[in-house]
Design a protein around this ligand. Structure first.
Ligand code: ASP
Length: 316
């Protein structure tokens, strides 16, 4: 399993250990499920839920705010599950996503409810939030999702809008970190089922109603018999390129690392990152931002956190 905490600028030194703890906690939580024989879909949702609850990541509580000062989140899950024992059997592909969510603390759980409880794939706003009641997911007030840091940052950007684009080290929370900060996870379980999940508060300075790549199948996430991927970064560029689908399809032509790198090159320099796991359980990742942090879980080596420097070394 791999978990990411967004691609963007390097986290402020004061925030690094807390972000590291958050990513490790997410990978540990997902890893426990996989180790116990649980499903890849349960593992990615558990990992993403940990990061949505963590105020240092741009998802769930502490998401970035729109120009009008509210949280609007997007999230989705996708799974490719094997039917029967045959290696060649075509997998069952399922997906669910939600966009423009402002009254649910864990949009990734709502995305799963859309997948499990409705005939639909993608639902928006109030209609999606109505599914929460059916799924036993508690609704909150929109202002309960706004962290003090997200509010402070929004106020600062309002006072000096030009600083927003100029500061690559801005974060959604706690004063440092990255310009983005979306979260995501991909996993393969012992039955060789694959799953991907992505959740975001969007990009800094977004207009109300803006929808990014994170909940869009093929762009912010993808899963097929070949592999599963989750993306982060400049949503408009990721959408245009169909980043995650490109990465998963490239898995058939080489290692997941090479596939991730090839997919990132399709973006022509736009700032983004992708994590990838293939049908054999091999992992890959690549990014074009200043930094992207990830944590991994492997039943043989346990949980590891990879700093941007370690990631570069591994990729080389
Ligand atoms: N891709 C997300 C979006 O465009 C932002 C991010 O990954 O930081 O909404």
């Amino acid at each position: 399993m791999i978990v990411h905490g967004g691609a963007g600028g390097r986290a402020a030194p004061a925030d690094r250990s807390e972000r590291r703890r958050g990513l490790l906690a997410a990978a540990t939580r997902g890893g426990e499920i996989l180790r116990a024989g649980g499903a890849a879909i349960d593992a990615v949702i558990a990992a993403v839920t940990v990061l949505e609850d963590h105020p240092f990541f741009n998802a769930g509580y502490g998401s970035l705010l729109t120009t009008e000062g509210w949280v609007e989140m997007d999230a989705a899950v996708m799974t490719a599950e094997r039917r029967g024992r045959s290696r060649t059997a075509y997998p069952e592909i399922r997906a669910g996503g939600v966009i423009l969510i402002s009254r649910v603390r864990n949009p990734i759980r709502l995305a799963r409810a859309v997948m499990d409880l409705t005939p639909h794939l993608l639902m928006a706003g109030a209609g999606a939030e109505r599914i929460a009641r059916r799924a036993g997911i508690e609704l909150c007030r929109p202002n309960e999702l706004i962290s003090p840091h997200a509010r402070a940052r929004w106020l600062a950007n309002r006072a000096a809008p030009d600083a927003r684009a100029a500061s690559p080290s801005e974060t959604k929370a706690a004063g440092g970190g990255d310009k983005h900060g979306t979260v995501g996870a991909v996993a393969r379980d012992r039955h060789r089922n694959l799953a991907a999940a992505t959740s975001t508060g969007g990009v800094p300075g977004k207009l109300p109603g803006r929808i990014g790549d994170s909940a869009i199948i093929g762009a912010g996430l993808f899963a097929s018999a070949r592999g599963a991927a989750s993306a982060t970064g400049a949503g408009e560029a990721i959408l245009r390129a169909g980043l995650c689908r490109g990465a998963v399809e490239a898995c058939g032509r080489g290692t997941p690392h090479a596939a991730a790198e090839r997919a990132i090159r399709m973006l022509d320099g736009a700032e983004a990152g992708v994590i990838l796991i293939d049908a054999k359980g091999r992992i890959g990742f690549a990014h074009s931002a200043q930094a992207m942090e990830i944590a991994t879980f492997d039943p043989f080596v346990g949980t590891r956190h990879l700093t941007p420097a370690a990631m570069t070394a591994i990729a080389e």
